[in-house]
Design a protein around this ligand. Structure first.
Ligand code: PLP
Length: 467
């Protein structure tokens, strides 16, 4: 049964309890254990401004995750609202199926100009998972068109998240996200990630560890047979598992390995692009040029959905020269309103020097979070730019982690809610070892860093005392 009176019920402001009851009844939330809300209100966010959000009760929170690694320019930006309204009134919708529209043309041109190397072709999607899906399909077809039809497999890294469409999910390396959907698309294999804190080799030498981790991908390609491997998918800084930055030299070595085997390097920048690390594209921060680059989230700061796969001239060439085409697309890919919002968002990046702001303040953000090392539960603080993971441990000296029961009690039973109740929206995650993830809007500075640290300190101290 629908609730036609919904609009009427909330016409004069939000009634938190009624919203919660209605959500419980009809709204299936993503990656959410729905039974968890049977007796607990559904947290409902109704408004945002800058780096703050408000719930239906009127309580305010610091948005420590930019929604979901998305709201780079902050909430409530009227320039983005106006850009959306203007475009919707001029041309609300037209697809990119054999026709173009000015906003998609302008945005593709701008992204190609901003991207490194010859990543000059832009295939729009509506989000990151579709961009990953697109890149894998494109890689397969590219090799079929260029006389290497056996090359179809993908190597990605353990615990990495690359989206939920079945191809992207195959590339994803999180067993719990995959297990119900097996068998998935065949040909997706996993290799080591760059978790230096738990390095199985070279734990005392970051550069040697980086060489080892890159060589693990080399070994995976050799094991599968280079003639069968089409692409390697990696994030510049891997999110899942809690922010694994690349060791120095890692990407240069990985680039050489991919070149040696004629395997395409795909940089999945769904999170890392658009200023998260202080550069428009994160591969620039680490000095490598991929063959394809996937991005989404921050492109519009979340004011409208869009994603993209950027493709090098070399990979695009067989599609542009002969009669063959790429039989792939999305009705809403490159939506005119989203493309217009992305253009306005990139204007904000330029006018407000958001990348420069992140680069200027990333050291202070790190230093503020590192103050938490005096807590017994904080094992590792790692990340880059405005993107951090704080790994929680039971024993700092041995790095012993929590067992499943403790993790359940600590993360689901206490931490996420306690942090939220204390005024910080962020995420406690145990897709690898337990971490608290932080990725605030790019507009914040020392005042908010201190607020984040203060809330984490109080809540993590209480978590430790409850163990
Ligand atoms: N790739 C990476 C690295 C991501 O972090 C995500 C989402 O968080 C995705 C792909 C999937 O993006 P979407 O949820 O927009 O499909």
């Amino acid at each position: 049964m629908t609730t036609p009176q919904f609009a009427d019920r909330f016409a004069h402001g939000y009634d938190h309890d009624a919203l919660s009851a209605s959500a419980r009844e009809h709204l299936w939330m993503h990656f959410t254990r729905m039974s968890g809300y049977r007796h607990v209100p559904v947290p409902t966010i109704v408004r945002g401004d800058g780096a703050r959000i408000w719930d239906a009760r009127g309580k305010s929170y610091l948005d420590g995750l930019a929604g979901l690694f998305v709201v780079q320019a902050g909430h409530g930006r009227q320039e983005l609202v106006q850009a959306a309204a203007k475009q919707a009134s001029e041309l609300a919708f037209f697809p990119l199926w054999s026709y173009a529209h000015p906003q998609a043309i302008a945005l593709a041109d701008r992204l190609a100009t901003l991207a490194p190397g010859d990543l000059n072709k832009v295939f729009f999607t509506t989000g990151g998972g579709e961009a990953v899906e697109t890149a894998w399909k494109l890689a397969k077809q590219y090799f079929k068109l260029t006389g290497k039809p056996m090359k179809h497999k993908v190597i990605s890294r353990s615990i990495a998240y690359h989206g939920t469409p079945q191809g992207a999910l195959s590339i994803t390396g999180i067993p719990d996200a995959r297990k119900w959907f097996e068998p998935l698309v065949p040909g997706a294999h996993k290799a080591a990630n760059t978790n230096f804190y738990r390095a199985p080799e070279h734990g005392d030498d970051l550069e040697a560890f980086g060489r080892w981790a890159a060589d693990e991908i080399d070994r995976a390609i050799e094991m599968e047979g280079p003639d069968t491997v089409a692409a390697v998918f990696v994030e510049p800084v891997q999110n899942s598992g809690g922010c694994f930055p690349p060791p120095p030299g890692y990407f240069q070595r990985l680039r050489a390995i991919c070149d040696k085997h004629d395997v395409l390097l795909v940089s999945d920048e769904t999170i890392c692009a658009f200023g998260r690390l202080g550069t428009t594209f994160a591969c620039d921060k680490f000095g490598y040029v991929p063959d394809m680059l996937t991005c989404a989230k921050g492109m519009t700061s979340g004011y409208s959905p869009i994603g993209a796969c950027l493709i090098s001239e070399r990979i695009a060439e067989p599609f542009y020269s002969g009669a063959d085409y790429f039989p792939h697309g999305y009705t809403f890919g490159g939506h005119p309103v989203s493309a217009a919002v992305a253009m306005a968002n990139l204007d904000i990046f330029e006018h407000e020097r958001l990348n420069e702001h992140v680069l200027e303040h990333e050291g202070a953000f790190r230093a503020t979070l590192e103050r938490l090392y005096d807590l017994p539960i904080v094992g590792d603080v790692r990340g880059d730019g405005y993107f951090y993971g704080i790994e929680l441990v039971k024993d700092k000296a041995t790095k012993e982690t929590f067992d499943d029961d403790e993790s359940e009690r600590l993360l689901r039973g206490f931490l996420s809610k306690a942090l939220f109740d204390a005024g910080l929206y962020c995420r406690a995650d145990d897709r690898g070892d337990p971490v608290v993830q932080l990725a605030p809007p790019l507009i914040i500075g020392q005042r908010e860093f201190d607020e984040i640290e203060g809330i984490l300190r109080a809540v993590l101290t209480e978590a430790w005392n409850r163990l």
